[in-house]
Design a protein around this ligand. Sequence first.
Ligand SMILES: [Zn+2]
Ligand SMILES: [Zn+2]
Length: 248
Amino acid sequence: MIVINLGPEQRIDPADDDLGRDRIGYSSTMSPLALYDASHGAWHLGERAHKERFALMVFEGGGVLAVKIARIEPVSTATGAKASRSVIHGEILAAGHPVYDAHVGKPSPIPPQRNPIGYYDAAAEQSSCLCGCGETIPAGKDFAQGHDQTAVRDRVSQVGTVRDFIAWFDRARGAWPDINVIYEPVTLDGAPTGAPARMRHRLGCDHFWSDQSGRILNTPRAATPREMDALRPCKDCMYTSAKIARGR
Ligand SMILES: [Zn+2]
Ligand SMILES: [Zn+2]
């Protein structure tokens, strides 16, 4: 987390300010948005700033504004004279967000220092890798780099080979249980061909007619348990299904 020490509100000439503002600093009368405008730039930020996810504005030793950083950009000036300064863009956090709750209206997490820009490793920004290794990772991530693969491999080993694992998984969960619709093979004029279905689909899959050549004539029906076991799922439907599962 970037910790920025603000001075008291100060009127300035917009013509002299890189961001065209008429005031900078902090005043208790400022709304969060006014405070954001007055304090999100323009700062000399080191390399480390670009790795940080949150910024905390501090005034007289207390947190006054927390921002979830979206991006940090160099300030553009007409002359280019102050191009080394940056502006922080992001979302103003409110009560209920762990970073806000931990730091706004609370004492600054770092002691007073000469440089207005400081850094702090906030507990709310970190979590533990879900593989169980104990490594600390940024909040919002599940695993340290590569540890998701390790976690999956560990579980495959508990069952046996990859083949054993897939068989076990499909027995426990069913293979693609939401790909459970059969489009009965029909001829071009819509008459059932009498041939067995070759694949199962999701309801609403728009590739079902490709088993036949052309018009959509076949009405869907639920796959039987035998068909769920024996028929392979349509590739497009697997893709759709996986995408939906990931979005949950
Ligand atoms: Zn791990
Ligand atoms: Zn399909």
